[in-house]
Design a protein around this ligand. Structure first.
Ligand code: ADE
Length: 223
């Protein structure tokens, strides 16, 4: 999978994907994340990509021209499954969306900034608008990073133990059960007996009960 991220702040994302699972996925050739500086696509001699909004409101708006040039130039090179715009008005990102998008070959994520982007881009070029939650960020970069992380870790082979992505919280609308590691007792704090029993079926049953109980208690809205 390839994810092209178009942003006015590529520096902000440069190192973010160079760690852990995301780095491994890229090293293994499972995922490629390419950052594009929107300013590289403007004809403006001062590399300006924004302007005042018509109508006189406060704030600046990203212009059509550099965005359209960036998207067109990418589309000339390959076909994209989605051209995503990060925006607080979009559909809320969740595990189901991550699962769906992880099946894509190529994605463009356009990061919003300032007051937003010229609405004509949203009408004509964007195929999906996604928010990462009901709060307003200073720009779409962190949203693009959150989505890319959640998507890439789902690509088969990205996570060493294939089972582990399947047992994540939310994967079946249940929160994950608690996990423990050695020592079995620390400062008098013990591990649930069943986990030390070696009885596989009982352990799976306990995990499921814990997941159900935690979901009902902490996230009843998921049920
Ligand atoms: N840009 C600003 N706020 C955002 C949010 N909550 N989700 C996605 N993009 C955003």
């Amino acid at each position: 999978m390839r994810i092209d991220i178009i942003t006015v702040l590529p520096e902000m994302l440069e190192n973010l994907f160079n760690y852990s699972i995301l780095k491994r996925a890229q090293d293994k050739g499972l995922a490629e994340i390419v950052l594009h500086d929107l300013r590289d696509y403007t004809q403006d001699k001062y590399r300006r990509v924004d302007d005042y909004p018509f109508g006189g409101q406060a704030g600046m708006v990203l212009q059509c021209e550099p965005i359209e040039c960036a998207i067109s130039s990418l589309k000339e090179q390959r076909t994209y499954d989605e051209v995503i715009y990060t925006s607080p008005d979009g559909e809320t990102f969740n595990q189901k969306t991550a699962n769906q998008l992880s099946l894509s070959q190529n994605l463009i994520i356009l990061c919003g900034h300032y007051k937003g982007i010229d609405y004509r881009i949203r009408e004509h070029l964007i195929t999906r608008e996604i928010s990462i939650g009901d709060y307003v960020l200073t720009g779409g970069e962190l949203a693009a990073a959150v989505m890319s992380d959640a998507i890439i870790r789902l690509i088969p082979g990205a996570i060493g133990d294939e089972q582990s992505a399947l047992s994540d919280s939310f994967q079946d609308n249940l929160l994950a059960p608690p996990v423990y590691t050695r020592p079995a007792e620390y400062k008098g704090w013990t591990v649930p007996e069943v986990l030390l029993s070696g009885h596989e079926a009982k352990i799976r049953e306990w995990e499921l009960q814990q997941s159900i109980e935690r979901t009902e208690r902490l996230r009843p809205d998921l049920g």
